[in-house]
Design a protein around this ligand. Structure first.
Ligand code: TXA
Ligand code: MG
Length: 324
């Protein structure tokens, strides 16, 4: 692990090279430190989840270098969002907007929306602009730890799991960005953070607490989990497939051809990173109108396999409720 002064040009150049090579760097923002990868490269983003060791996928925030970049990744910016952008960007406010296809499924955990913010920290802005692509980044803490607010925290928490940490001093705010979404002229607060409720409403009018989503599967469950609309069943061998009007999500290349109408192989060689990079886009692709069921091959629960299985188990539970 290397530690470089983020205010120096050579450090930014080095970080940009790492990002271009599809790897991960830790960088400062004004809220907390982030663990960043090229937001348009699903394989690079899979590495973030590997390092975070989180047993599930969470949607990530996409960090942009200029407000003009929004149009490449989000479909529509409502007037309320424009007001908030004028007032708070660059800064600790994250907007949830409808996503464009350029953003891979692993960034949003399969959701049709993407969280976007333009940070104000000079090192973050310099990094993003020099790189030229949006950077997907969660807070740079492993699962179970609080968010790091200086480079030493990151080094202690991630050690050799990350090859470069850009040091930009202590984060000014020390808490995460405020997250809002929009629906029919209304603004919803998803996460309290560095910008207060009062500041938001002074700029854009009334702000609602996050909607209690009716598609929520169970009490206490976060509503943003993507689940296929078709029933899903986890299987251990392809002999368990007894419906040809089905999709099959294979982990590795199958030894014989399954009878399923649609087949996707997450990784021919069974590589976890490659599998995770393909996971959400394949799952969405296999969720076809003309199938009765999606079969998913059991994935070994090591590394990223745990997070993929978490999602598959959740989807298959929904199926059990329907059929039993
Ligand atoms: O200040 C921050 O926001 C820091 C710095 C690095 O930018 N980032 C951060 O990321 O806190 P993270 O991954 O620790 O938290 C982002 C949260 C996710 O846990 C999720 O709840 C929410 O943002 N999120 C992201 N995309 C979403 C979406 N499409 N819909 C709903 N929630 C979303
Ligand atoms: Mg976090």
């Amino acid at each position: 692990m290397e530690f470089l002064n983020g205010f120096e040009h050579a450090s930014i150049e080095k970080a940009v090279k790492i990002l271009k090579d599809g790897d991960v760097v830790a960088f400062p923002t004004e809220t907390v430190y982030g663990l960043g990868a090229d937001a348009l490269n699903s394989y690079a983003v899979a590495k973030i989840f590997e390092i975070k060791k989180r047993p599930k996928f969470d949607p990530l925030i996409v960090h942009i270098g200029d407000r003009e970049w929004i149009s490449a990744i989000a479909d529509y910016v409502p007037p309320e969002a424009k007001k908030l952008i004028d007032k708070f960007w660059p800064g600790p406010l994250t907007l949830i907007l409808k996503k464009k296809d350029a953003i891979p499924g692993i960034v949003t955990a399969g959701l049709p929306t993407v969280a976007i913010r333009m940070p104000s920290h000079p090192v973050a802005l310099n990094l993003i602009r020099s790189f030229g692509n949006p950077i997907a980044a969660p807070s740079a803490n492993p699962f179970g730890y609080i968010s790091p607010t200086n480079a030493q925290h990151v080094a202690k928490m991630l050690g050799d799991d990350v090859s470069l940490i850009l040091d930009g001093g202590s984060s000014n705010y020390g808490i995460e960005s405020t997250i809002v979404s929009f629906n029919e002229d209304k603004i919803y607060l998803h996460r309290h953070g560095a910008i207060s409720y009062e500041e938001l409403s002074a700029t854009a009018g009334p702000v609602n607490e996050k909607e209690k989503n009716s598609s929520c599967e169970a009490p206490g469950e976060l509503p943003y989990h993507y689940a296929p609309t078709k029933p899903l069943k986890i299987i251990h061998t392809i002999d368990e497939i007894d419906d040809a009007r089905s999709s099959f999500l294979a982990f590795k290349k199958p030894l014989k051809t399954p009878i399923s109408k649609y087949i996707k192989v997450l990784s021919n060689s069974g590589g976890m990173r490659e599998a995770a990079a393909n996971f959400f886009s394949y799952l969405i692709e296999l969720d076809q109108d003309d199938v009765n069921i999606i079969y998913a091959e059991n994935i070994p629960e090591t590394g990223l396999g745990k997070a993929m299985m978490e999602r598959l188990k959740k989807a298959s539970k929904k199926y059990m409720h329907i059929t039993h």
